[in-house]
Design a protein around this ligand. Sequence first.
Ligand SMILES: [Zn+2]
Length: 327
Amino acid sequence: MIIKKRELPLHIKTLKCIAHRMADYHPKKQLVEEELYKQIAGYKGEKSSDYYTSYLDPAPFVLHNIRLKNGNYNFQIDTVLIFNKAIFILEVKNLAGSIEIRSSYDQVLKTVNDQTSAQKSFHTQVRLQKDNLSRWLQRECNIKIPIIPFIIMSNPRSILRAESPELLENVHPSSSIPFAVYGELDQLTSKKHSSKQLKAMAQRMAASHEELVVDWFGRFDFHIKTLTNGMSCPSCEQFAIVQSSVKWSCTTCSFSGFQIVEHALEEAFLILGEGISNKELRKFLGGMSTQTMNRIARKANLHKTGLTKGTKYHRRRQNGEETREVD
Ligand SMILES: [Zn+2]
């Protein structure tokens, strides 16, 4: 039973919107696109491993991409599989080329096209995830249950080597997930928890999820104002939107409707964050009258806080001061 499904994470959606709004000659365009490619590859690797976890029978409670907090620090797990005797946590690696897991210096070396680079240790990463989840479950749900970490290699073309065979003990290709899980479960003699208790625990985890927010502009050191303003077509992605009377349409592919505006608003909130000023939003959408902006805000069910020049738009209802748009 899937308690939290996998969706393209917010920080990747944001990066995708940013890349789309960078002109070809933007000095940071290549770096941003490389990062986007890497992020999407990771997401696709996780998604492809979901196909094998869906084979598990009886089905566990499943949480995809869960990010929880211990103290001031968050920890993120790609997939959590909750069975009555144990929890499996999957760290999915979608890496191309040749991967070597080394015991000395606890390191992973990746070689692609004769270029070798060091990666964070997979084993240290899952050990920390296991430790963090165990602490979180004891504190939040008062549950003690064995946690088994798996490192999943989702790219069938990558070549994996290890300095010693023990280093590969909990490393599996995606296709082996069902066999590896049941192999471990068969050996476990731990106490069985009730389905009701585990479902409540899984739901509490899902409710505690905190989405990762990345300051991409800070990371790549460029300004938001260097992005292209305007609405782009949700169908053909071209910045070719025109408005005739109250209808929005694309001059390239003829796509039309308010979906165009909703798509642009989603991009605006991803890139600019919640609480966008009237002026900022009008500029982002490509310039329009206050009257048109008011009409859009009302139709898109945006909320606003503050008055006159201090007005800010939000997608969700805010605590405190709240007024609805009126013409
Ligand atoms: Zn179009």
